[in-house]
Design a protein around this ligand. Structure first.
Ligand code: ADP
Ligand code: MG
Length: 388
């Protein structure tokens, strides 16, 4: 398959300004054997690189409401994948072009959205044989840094965390217990006390992620045997500086968030009760807050007031959604006619996100500025001593 790279992700369009920084991709996974056994037929079809149609499977011709409704609806996204797309196709069209940005001090986020079973974890984590975006992205990061100029030094660290029931856990060091969000003086939101590990090889990364994923909170629900009710967030930080230390030195810090969101299906559909209901409400809270932010940001009359503080997820994604970040949303659907309602919900949600516009800038710490400030303080102290 020829790889279609959305305009918004081409490397020459990466720097700030008015161009599109929020990209929406859509992936339709293949029908599973279970779905075929249940008598499902494909209801979602990719028709062009950026377009798909969803067929309403309603077959009862006496159903007047449905007969009057068009059975086929078209959706257009920046890029669309179907069951023929490989993991590399998806990675290359959605994420590869962000790597260079991150190395040079820009922020980027890729998040997978969709109902449980739609293929989010397959896209983000994948398997040993068929690694997903998280592993491919880190692999490329390591390669790019090796190829980079010898004058530059890099430091790469990663954290892997889960938001479950509005509580944050470190998936690499679960013994740390629940962690809090903190905002620094510049308004950057961080997870206080999260472990940051450095990795040097792709194998090491995959091992860590697979181990981390086993720590994710999994519960079975009526709708799916294994349902992921937690949001998993991989945060990669790349610092770049000149090896030759000068007073004019800049440190560039780029952050890459790769996110496997919890299932977007509504609690009502899964006959949840008791504890599950509470979880459902919390998932809805984070995803609802995400939806509200997306709505506010994509308002036709320009962004309205955006309440990032409504959930942990939106606090953490503040920059990714409304600010200083290139962001890619990969929405996932099953093609199965039996999943029609979920697929339609996801497509409508993703369609709304297309209207988001953001501005991006490079994160640079000016070392000369800090040194000048310290020099001033030292001079003042000296003067005080002289007076004494
Ligand atoms: P989610 O994380 O959204 O709940 P998964 O990624 O676990 O969904 O996918 C559900 C099932 O479908 C898994 O068995 C997975 O291996 C399979 N699957 C998902 N996407 C694909 C794909 N593109 N190609 C082949 N199998 C897939
Ligand atoms: Mg999953």
């Amino acid at each position: 398959m020829a790889v279609a790279v959305p305009e918004s992700l081409k490397s020459n369009s990466r720097i700030g300004g008015g161009e599109q920084n929020f990209t929406v991709a859509l992936r339709i996974r293949p029908l599973t054997e279970d779905e075929i056994l249940q008598g499902a037929h494909p209801a979602a079809h990719k028709v062009e690189d950026n377009m798909l149609v969803l067929m309403d499977p309603a077959e009862d011709p006496d159903d007047i409401l449905r007969v009057n409704r068009s059975r086929e609806k078209q959706f257009v996204f920046d890029v669309t994948f179907d069951g023929n797309a490989t993991q590399s196709d998806v990675y290359e069209s959605t994420t590869k072009f962000l790597i260079d940005n991150v190395i040079n001090g820009y922020n980027a986020t890729v998040f997978a959205y969709g109902a449980t079973g739609a293929g989010k974890t397959h896209t983000m984590l994948g398997t040993d044989e068929d690694p997903g975006i998280m592993v491919q992205a880190l692999n490329d990061l390591f390669l790019e840094m090796e190829r980079g100029s010898e004058d530059l030094a890099y430091k790469v660290t990663m954290s892997y965390l889960e938001i479950y029931n509005e509580m944050i856990r470190d998936l690499l060091t679960p013994s740390l217990g629940y962690l809090d969000l903190r905002e620094d003086a510049k308004g950057n939101v961080q997870v206080a006390g999260i472990s940051e590990v450095s990795a040097r090889s792709t194998e090491e990364v995959m091992q860590m992620l697979v181990k981390g994923n086993r720590e994710r909170t999994q519960e079975s629900t009526a709708a799916n045997a294994a349902s992921s009710r937690s949001h998993a967030i991989l945060q990669v930080t790349v610092q770049q500086r000149n090896r030759i230390r000068t007073t004019m030195q800049e440190i560039r810090t780029g952050k890459l968030f790769l996110i496997d969101l919890a299932g977007s299906e509504r609690a009502a559909n899964t006959h949840n009760r008791g504890k599950r209901m509470v979880e459902g409400a919390h998932i809805n809270r984070s995803l609802l807050a995400l939806g509200n932010c997306i709505n506010a940001l994509s308002d036709k009359n320009g962004p309205r007031y955006i309440n990032y503080r409504d959930s942990k997820l939106t606090r953490l994604l503040k920059d990714a959604l409304g600010g200083n970040c290139k962001t890619v949303m990969i929405a996932h659907i099953s093609p199965a006619s039996t999943q029609f309602e979920e697929s339609r919900n996801t497509l409508v949600y993703a369609d709304r996100a297309k209207h988001i516009k953001t501005k991006v800038r490079r994160n640079v710490t000016d070392v000369a500025y800090h040194i000048a400030q310290y020099t001033n303080i030292i001079t003042e102290l000296r003067e005080e001593i002289m007076v004494l």
